[in-house]
Write a protein that binds this ligand. Sequence first.
Ligand code: LFR
Length: 485
Amino acid sequence: SETFSAAAVDLGASSGRVVLGRVAPDQIEFDVVHRFRNEPIRRSGTLHWNFDALLEGVIDGLRAARSAESGLESVGIDTWAVDYGLIGDDGELIGNPVNYRDSRTDGIMESVRERLGDERLYGVTGLQYLPFNTVYQLLAEDEDRLATASSLLLMPDLLSYALTGAVGAERTNASTTQMYDVTRGEWAVDLIEELGLPTRILPPIHNTGKMAGAVLPGLRDRIGDDGRLQVRAVASHDTASAVAAVPATADGFAYISCGTWSLVGIELDRPVLTAESVAANFTNEVGVDGTIRYLRNVMGLWPLQECIRTWKADGDRVRLDELLDAAGREPALRSVIDAESPDLVPPDGMPSRIRKLCADAGRPVPESKPAVVRCIMDSLAIGHARTVRDAARLSGRDVEVVHLVGGGSQNRLLAQLTADATGLPVMAGPTEATALGNLLVQARAAGIVDGRAEARALIAATQPVERFDPRSDIDWSPWLSPTPK
Ligand code: LFR
């Protein structure tokens, strides 16, 4: 049968990868052909992404993909959400994009909420309140930079622009800006104007999978492209791609896309914009085929990654597998923190911040490294379970199984604890859900795979998934009351 070759560029907060995939109606195979580091840079006190280095990594990866597969016709790009670059009248990028973990947005969200009221912003955008949403970043933006900008391009759109010259905003990622009207499916122009932000910089919104453009002639040699390679706007928000690759075979599933963040929720046809929903800070982000990703951000593996980085910088020898084994032997539910605490967002000093959160909550302070890791795992499992429950309650849907996808699905302790805390079976895998979702949107555009359900069935039939059943020796219920906000 027919086989389609495509590349997926998947950029995460700490690394990027380029995946070469081969998709047939009944098979999907892939190799990671290139990996590169994503190292944020601090300039004049502000945390930036190194855009040139990221673009180099993408170009190197596409060259590797092309040389491994001469029939390569299509590439899609996904990254984390909310961050953007500004383009000037001359078509050039104005400075490096700022990292959403930078402190420039401190306090801005609170003042906007106070001014407009929670319901107004939520009623239009349906978005969860996160201090780094694009709208708050724009309000923190340097005024001169903003005045000279002619367009705003979110990270994946910015990379596509650098490769093809085409300007646009892919819908799934546009929906994360808190400047998108989730009911009307267009920029929330009135709201943006009310906030005093320029609407002229907002590019036209494109439907997922619909827009594609050729690589600029000047870049073709470096990639080894003969002009046939099309850069297609896939579900460019990494979480939207991951959700598209959840190997669910029936309704009634929740998903956890677990990497740096855990994105925990369910898929809906329509947004939920109720007062209870805003109080629980649930988001209505757009998924493939105009679905709604009804979810909440839980801290994810970021605190663990940051602890390991800190310990290594202190000169300690740490190995993730050994730490997780030791953490598994620590007493359960001893030190617990709020997995959605804003104190966990910024980089640096994570072990001490975790100890302080325990102390402030009147919980035992974890001293050893395994105790700190156990605290993170238990707290994350609680965050997962509460959020699955909240999602079901607020949407009126039943949840029978939880799909854990992304890098975190390799963490067997976390998968087991998540099953225990939710009281539901957890299906762990695939690890590369984001890249697979990226490939699947391209395969659908090429007519190789039919629809959303067929795409998921293909993943379920071809990718390794491990089942974890809940154990009942520990009572998690005291920890599972709805998340107070
Ligand atoms: C995950 C993710 C989340 C988003 C966060 C910041 O990588 O895209 O969905 O809330 O990063 O952009």
